[in-house]
Design a protein around this ligand. Structure first.
Ligand SMILES: [Zn+2]
Length: 185
């Protein structure tokens, strides 16, 4: 879903997380078909300290989504659930302008002194259009963490150990040193 930033009403715009765009975005983030998907995202133009618009867009709201996945360690089926508040910021990408020699250089040198209204976590939008699917995808991905594993770590460890053990016995006689140790017992 494409949001034209300059056409956002002053009071902001709230959009339900449903429909094809939302399902597609959730599927991309979860790497699985979402079983459940709901929530709202509210988009507002950001105002700076002087109540002036600075081009950034604030996205707040709540998302709830679930899907069936496999644990990346023990391959057990698990239910992936994301139920989280959303608070993201998107800044316009700087247009490609012809550099004007010294002036540009000076601006860059001054960067250290300026308090730039740019945060590390800011996302970007281009040509006045914010793709809401990308926003949703990012919001879900941020909640997932780097690996998808069982919530029950103890059981996951046990299954993973069993998995490794069963692989170990197939054709691998084990290290001779262990055989010696066994003999000692
Ligand atoms: Zn697991």
């Amino acid at each position: 879903m494409r949001i034209v930033v300059s056409q956002l009403p002053d009071a902001g715009r709230t959009i339900l997380v449903q429909g094809d765009w939302a399902i597609a975005a959730a599927k991309q983030a979860l790497d699985a078909e979402p079983k459940q998907l709901s929530g709202t995202l509210t988009l507002e133009r950001h105002l700076d300290m002087d109540d002036k618009e600075d081009g950034r867009v604030v996205v707040t709201g709540h998302i709830a989504v679930s899907a069936s996945r496999e644990c990346e360690r023990c391959a057990e089926d698990l239910e992936l659930v994301v139920d989280a508040d959303v608070d993201l910021m998107y800044a316009p990408t700087v247009k490609d302008e012809e550099p004007e020699g010294d002036e540009v250089k000076r601006e860059q040198e001054d960067d250290d002194d300026d308090i730039l209204p740019v945060h590390e976590d800011d996302g970007w939008y281009q040509d006045d259009v914010l793709e809401l699917g990308d926003v949703l995808c990012e919001a879900i991905s941020l909640e997932l963490g780097p690996r998808i594993v069982c919530v029950d770590v103890a059981s996951c460890d046990r299954r993973t150990a069993e998995l490794l053990a069963s692989k170990g016995t197939s054709g691998n006689p084990g290290h001779p040193a262990f055989a010696k140790l066994k003999g000692l017992g």
